[in-house]
Design a protein around this ligand. Structure first.
Ligand SMILES: [Ca+2]
Ligand SMILES: [Ca+2]
Length: 489
């Protein structure tokens, strides 16, 4: 009798355990880590031979790394709006740094990703930069450190006395004085306090966005004389259409020409690397806290950057282009049910994050029209098929299509670029004019957005638009047809 009782209690214990596992799998937590302006310069993506990112690398080692992931816009506000709404810029009309999408009547009550999680019983919180500026207002139930980076600057600029936003150098003396450190601290506290479950916690880091400030120890990792420069070909813009200049006509970021004139390219590359390693260390602190909290096995971690960054390639620094340095981004998923140590080379989109998390977390209600595809099949098997390429847009009618083998770009005036990404990974040779590629171009062009939305009212900063009067407008100002390319010609 005693024996039977023991077997019964053992069986009920097993049942209880399996039931709690089922609950755990049904609604895993989400730790959503957004990074600002991080290109493929992380160890596991191999974008720069010297970069040190042990923490993003260990996240990738226990999850799936997408090696061919692309943003939907090479700019903060439109990229983040796209991630958080699951809609393309060509659908929302959010192409520039303004407006916040909620000001557009069509999106006023739209169920964004955090609102969908809240509606499905999740406790939602955010700290640091997740949305761009005011666009994040009211999106999360609990908000920690602010969405903005704050105004603290060193008394004396290191290299850029006038444009302090573009300065770089070893500052502040201690990590703890940086907003990103404080953001990580807020998330760590929250994890230590055993948050209400299930939770959706979004953590957004500013670095390596400009100004490129990090504490001295991160600069010490990269002695300036040893810095390897990214691959730069000085005649590279000879075969890119004039329209390729319009989409970054007058950026605040300096052109390669002026950085080189001051002998500062190595110095800027070094500062970017230092900021990447500083940010990586903050990611590491949160990953440690997650592990220590005992919640790692029931938490999906997704790490992503809103777009890439040029450091001299194609004559520019900054983003706002439709080439790989701007569009290719780190994207890593790790957690329950996700293959560990996997690398997926399928062309995927940041837009896919929303439907992916909705599927992995069994959300019962999400908007009908999410435009991404769930990556769940690729998170089980990195070689699973993918139905379509990745698309990036910058202003209406300027779009790029990226497959595993090619990049095709078409600008609003019809001018084109085509690159063989296997033979020419740095996109040096534009093949668009070669007649033998006509059929390939046509098949790639089939994926371009059709009837793109007009820019939302109030769009301005970084907006490029070919208007019905036949003129191109940069930030709502007309560019004359024979105007010299600023700071280049
Ligand atoms: Ca950004
Ligand atoms: Ca070229």
């Amino acid at each position: 009798m005693k024996k039977i009782r023991r077997i019964v209690s053992l069986l009920s214990l097993l049942l209880l355990l399996s039931a709690s596992c089922a609950v755990a799998q049904e609604k895993p937590n989400v730790l959503f880590i957004a990074i600002d302006d991080l290109n493929d310069w992380i160890g596991c993506l191999g974008g720069h031979p010297q970069v040190k990112t042990p923490n993003l690398d260990r996240l990738a080692a226990r999850g799936t790394l997408f090696t061919n992931a692309h943003c939907q816009s090479p700019l903060c506000n439109p990229s983040r709006t796209s991630v958080m709404t699951g809609l393309r810029p060509s659908t929302t009309g959010i192409y520039s740094l303004q407006p916040a999408f909620r000001t557009v009547p069509a999106w006023k009550d739209y169920v964004s990703m955090p609102r969908a999680f809240a509606a499905n019983g999740y406790a939602t919180s955010s700290c640091g930069k997740v949305y761009h500026g005011a666009a994040g207002k009211g999106e999360f139930e609990t908000v920690g450190t602010p969405q903005s980076i704050g105004r603290r600057r060193p008394k004396e600029r290191f290299v850029s006395p006038k444009a302090s936003r573009l300065d770089w150098g070893p500052w502040p003396p201690q990590d703890a004085q940086q907003r990103d450190y404080q953001t990580a601290e807020w998330a760590i506290q929250k994890l230590q306090d055993k948050p209400q479950e299930p939770f959706f916690m979004a953590v957004g880091f500013f670095r390596p966005h400009v100004p490129l400030y990090a504490s001295p120890k991160w600069f010490d990792l990269y002695p300036e004389q040893s810095i390897v420069l990214p691959p730069i070909r000085r005649d590279d813009r000879n075969d890119t259409p004039r329209f390729s200049w319009y989409i970054h006509w007058a950026l605040p970021e300096p052109r390669l020409k002026s950085i080189e004139a001051h002998g500062l390219l190595k110095s800027k590359v070094r500062a970017y690397l230092a900021c990447v390693s500083f940010m990586d260390a903050q990611v590491g602190r949160i990953l440690d806290a997650l592990e220590a909290s005992g919640q790692q096995d029931n938490t999906i971690v997704v790490g992503w950057s809103d777009h890439g960054y040029h450091l001299g390639e194609k004559e520019i620094t900054g983003k706002n282009t439709l080439w790989d340095p701007s569009t290719r981004v780190p994207l890593i998923f790790a957690g329950p049910g996700i293959a560990a140590g996997a690398r997926c080379g399928r062309p995927v989109e940041l837009l896919d994050i929303y439907p992916t998390l909705a599927e992995l977390c069994n959300l019962q209600s999400t908007p009908d029209r999410l435009e991404g595809l769930s990556l769940a099949p690729l998170l089980k098997d990195a070689d699973a098929p993918r139905a379509r390429p990745a698309v990036t847009s910058h202003g209406p009618g300027n779009d790029a299509v990226r497959t595993e083998t090619h990049r095709y770009i078409r600008y609003a005036d019809g001018s084109e670029e085509l690159y063989d990404m296997l033979a020419d990974p740095h996109e040096y040779t534009n093949l668009a004019d070669q007649p033998q590629h006509a059929a390939l171009k046509k098949s790639l062009a089939a994926h371009l957005p059709k009837n793109p939305a007009k820019p939302a009212p109030g769009s301005n900063a970084r907006l490029v638009e070919l208007r019905e009067d036949g003129h191109v407008y940069w930030q709502n100002e007309r560019i004359e047809k024979d105007a010299k390319i600023p700071h280049y010609e």
